[in-house]
Design a protein around this ligand. Structure first.
Ligand SMILES: Cc1ncc(COP(=O)(O)O)c(C=O)c1O
Length: 400
């Protein structure tokens, strides 16, 4: 049976059209974009085109607002460090408790090594940001606010446009980690006050190890990586031409598919969630169901272990995850779900299903066919479930 891949928030399969666009830049078109002969200038034009595809996908006003980087992590680090350097007289950061480690680990490092004051804004049970706490934290010392566009574990979308306006009214810069949002939800930076935005190629059917940082025209920027004059002096080092061209192609394809795919994928995700909640007792969706990426479902099955669910699913040919790929291997429950005060009975039993434009109705139906049986088998082996069931507490709801 064809394996089913539902871990697209960890990474996506590179689109064959992306690979085809990249191949010539490994072979005949090997020039250095900085060279003035035609080997170089041809690559230079291809890089310009890639930048324009990203400009279109993001609704950026100018193509030079895009700086190519090695991925989401570098873009996030560059944005925060640049803001701290350019915002004279301001030395505080505001972020959220549910960010990706690409932000949280940097914030922690800055706190410990530079004594930077970091305000971590909390979220409620649906993963929504505490807006009042955000407004209270903003002040004359705020250098930069960094709030993700959408959470990688639950898909919850944050009101970044409003948050950017509020940041500006306090004189702070606003950065968003949009690694999970780009290509999945419409973005039009021209109509927002967002100063900087991070994205990553491998989350949108592009190559790994390539990403971009959008920096709005007029926003002061200090490079993280100093070297040659590449990227207008904002990121030194010979451009990774094949990867940039692949990212450009991925952006072009994402823009083409976005409108139809967000509806189709959203309907498939809802079909899976509805089917699971109907078939399985003590099962619920984590995250803000109103404001969520269409491809992401974080679903908790109480009284069992998520890792056990995933391993049984894997044996049935279905790949999913328990949260961020960057924290897998750790036995700690997800920092995102803990921040949302997910009850202890469900904290360990949550899994993330993340779909993509490659996910089919058959894939969704197979999840609905397989997962209830897995949950029932695991619950039959779970002492805590057994104990409660024998007390009569759960009998009525153990449907599967
Ligand atoms: C929200 C978010 N930010 C940043 C990253 C890191 O991106 P990259 O793998 O390109 O460094 C990820 C990847 O999982 C992510 O989900």
């Amino acid at each position: 049976m064809r394996p089913i891949y539902l871990d697209n928030n960890a990474t996506t399969r590179m689109d064959p059209e992306v690979l085809a666009a990249m191949v010539p830049y490994f072979t005949e078109q090997f020039g250095n974009a900085s060279s003035t002969h035609s080997f170089g200038t041809e690559v230079g034009s291809a890089l310009k085109q890639a930048r324009q595809h990203l400009q279109t996908l993001l609704g950026a006003a100018f193509d030079y607002e895009i700086i190519f980087t090695s991925g989401g992590t570098e873009s996030d680090n560059s944005a925060i460090l640049s803001a701290l350097e350019t915002q004279t007289g301001r030395d505080e950061i505001i972020t959220t408790v549910v960010e990706h480690p690409a932000i949280l680990a940097l914030a922690d490092h800055l706190e410990k090594t530079r004594g930077t004051k970091v305000h971590y804004i909390r979220v409620d049970g649906n993963g929504r940001l505490d807006l009042e706490a955000y407004e209270r934290a903003l002040g004359p010392r705020t250098a930069v606010v960094s709030v993700m566009w959408a959470n990688n574990e639950t898909g919850t979308v944050f009101p970044v446009e409003l948050l950017a306006k509020l940041a500006h009214s306090a004189g702070a810069l606003f950065h968003t980690d949009a690694v999970q949002a780009v290509g999945k939800t419409p973005i039009n930076l021209k109509t927002t006050e967002i100063d900087m935005l991070s994205l990553s190629g491998h989350k949108l059917h592009g190559p790994k190890g390539i990403g971009a940082l959008y920096v709005r025209k007029g926003v002061k920027y200090k490079p993280l990586i100093r070297g040659g004059h590449q990227e207008r002096g904002r990121r030194g080092g010979t451009e990774n031409a094949p990867a940039i061209i692949g990212l450009g192609k991925a952006a072009e394809l994402a823009a083409t598919h976005l409108e139809t795919e967000q509806t189709r994928v959203g309907a498939l995700r809802d079909h899976i969630e509805r089917g699971l909640v109907q078939r399985i007792g003590h099962c619920f969706v984590n995250g803000d169901e109103q404001n969520r990426l269409p491809n992401t479902s974080n679903i908790a099955f109480e009284y069992i272990d998520g890792e056990a669910i995933l391993s049984h699913m894997n044996r049935e040919g279905i790949a999913a995850s328990s949260g961020s790929a960057c924290t897998s291997g750790s036995t700690e429950p997800s920092h995102v779900l803990r921040a949302m005060d997910v009850p202890p009975t469900a904290l360990h039993g949550a899994i993330r299903l993340s779909l993509s434009r490659e996910t089919t109705t058959e894939d969704a139906d197979r999840v609905l066919e397989i997962l209830p049986g897995i949950i029932a088998r695991l619950r039959a082996m779970s002492p805590i479930w057994q104990e409660r069931e024998s007390d009569g507490e759960l009998r009525a709801s153990n449907v599967a």
